[in-house]
Design a protein around this ligand. Structure first.
Ligand SMILES: Cc1ncc(COP(=O)(O)O)c(C=O)c1O
Length: 408
């Protein structure tokens, strides 16, 4: 039998995530011990990793050579201690998409002028709440929304979300692409543009910001497609001299599978430089996933281990309802044993990790090579920091979980 694998053998390890003396640690904390101190599923986020991600992205934005703004998309993870930490100790604002998110952002310390709203199917009651904040940036997703703002707040400054008919997402997946060949509900299309401008003019609204968000989870291999989308969106600027800010949305991804090459931020920033430097606009971004996804894990317990026919199953005490992205979007969470009996991967055997929801699709991983598992073991699902807790449901009334921010 060969010796233990060095931690670097696992694609997901990094300085603050890996095995120390055989036990999985995040930000210097023993995840199995943290899980054991709590009853039931536990969502954990590392404050230090979040701030490292914020700083790295902020620097990349700055190196575009343009004036910049940055908004954290709170839909990705709206845990209050996390939001308070971002509002208090970073120069980031908040991207929101609902009145409740507005209230959450304000409660957690973001100033209205540092909050940007981009939503879809926005009701009049939503608008009334949003318009009560004169300093809020509101990006309109339809010509009708421009009209309804004009009727309520003539003369206001607005942003417009455009659909550049180009886009991309993780591995080019259609479900993660918000603008492209398929018509989507997002943004105002080029053939509506003249109507949008006329509607704004009719109500004395000034369009000061141009917004687009063309997909989620893109990595370096998708950057050419992303640049094509940026170029297409940038061409909307020509008819709109009042635009002061171009918001390029979120969508920046993190590796989910072995072999995924991380997003090259220098190349990302170079796209912004090529498309916007010298054009007199501020470039804004509003990422969610990039900031929090790899900073968080979902900790579950093995409750049942049994071979069924030729498949070894390990049943866990939490299902896809606690982190729905793997089931919805095929963006896997990597399962890792918190205290593996052996780190020698040659001894590992395929196991299917099943959740506790009565749906056949509720399997975290099929045939995953894992160390021997037993009842009571703890499993960390890594990359659960974004769209895990925030998308969780109470399906089968198994929606209970604890959230924890690991202090930096
Ligand atoms: C308008 C808008 N901005 C930002 C985001 C954040 O995206 P991500 O978490 O992929 O960065 C989303 C996500 O759907 C969005 O719809």
């Amino acid at each position: 039998m060969s010796g233990p694998q060095p931690a670097a053998a696992f694609w997901w390890t990094r300085d603050d995530l890996g095995f120390i003396e055989g036990r999985l640690h995040l930000g210097g904390r023993d995840l199995g011990a943290l899980a054991a101190a709590v009853e039931g599923p536990l969502h954990v986020v590392s404050e230090a990793r979040v701030h490292a991600n914020l700083s790295r992205l902020r620097e990349a934005l700055a190196s575009s050579g343009c004036p910049t703004r940055a908004y954290y998309a709170i839909k990705a993870n709206r845990f209050e201690p996390l939001l308070r930490s971002i509002a208090r100790t970073s120069r980031w604002g908040a991207d929101i998409c609902s009145p409740n998110e507005l209230d959450r952002a304000l409660d957690c310390g973001f100033a209205p002028a540092d909050i940007s709203f981009t939503g879809t199917a926005v009701a009049n009651r939503d608008l009334e709440r949003l318009l009560a904040e004169p300093d809020l940036t509101i990006n309109c997703d339809s010509v009708g929304m421009i009209r309804r703002i004009g009727e309520r707040a003539p003369g206001r400054a607005i942003g417009v979300r455009v659909n550049p008919e180009r886009g991309t997402g993780y591995a080019g997946a259609e479900k993660l692409t918000y603008a492209g060949a398929a018509v989507t509900k997002f943004g105002i299309y080029r053939d509506q543009w003249a109507d949008a401008l006329a509607m704004a003019r009719a109500h004395g609204l000034s369009i000061t910001s141009l917004h687009f968000h063309v997909g989620c989870g893109y990595l370096s291999r998708e950057l050419d497609a992303w640049e094509a989308a940026v170029a297409s969106a940038a061409s909307f600027l020509e008819a709109c001299p009042g635009v002061r800010t171009v918001n390029v949305g979120g969508g920046l991804g993190v590796p989910h599978r072995e072999g995924d090459v991380p997003l090259d931020l220098a190349a990302w920033s170079a796209v912004l430089r090529r498309r916007f430097a010298g054009r007199g606009v501020t470039v804004a971004a509003e990422p969610g996933e990039y900031i929090v996804k790899d900073a968080g894990v979902l900790l579950l317990q093995v409750v049942d281990v049994e071979r069924k026919k030729d498949v070894m199953f390990a049943g866990l005490d939490g299902g896809f309802n606690l982190a729905p992205e793997p089931a919805y979007y095929e963006l896997p969470c990597e399962p890792v044993a918190c205290a593996p009996r052996s780190l020698d991967t040659s001894t590992w055997r395929p196991v299917s990790l099943a959740g506790n929801i009565n749906e056949a699709l509720d399997v975290w991983a099929h045939g995953k090579l894992m160390p021997e598992l037993a009842e009571g073991d703890r499993i960390a699902l890594i990359n659960a920091g974004a769209y895990g807790a925030s998308m969780a449901s109470n399906h089968c009334m198994r929606g209970d979980f604890t959230e924890m921010l690991l202090p930096a």
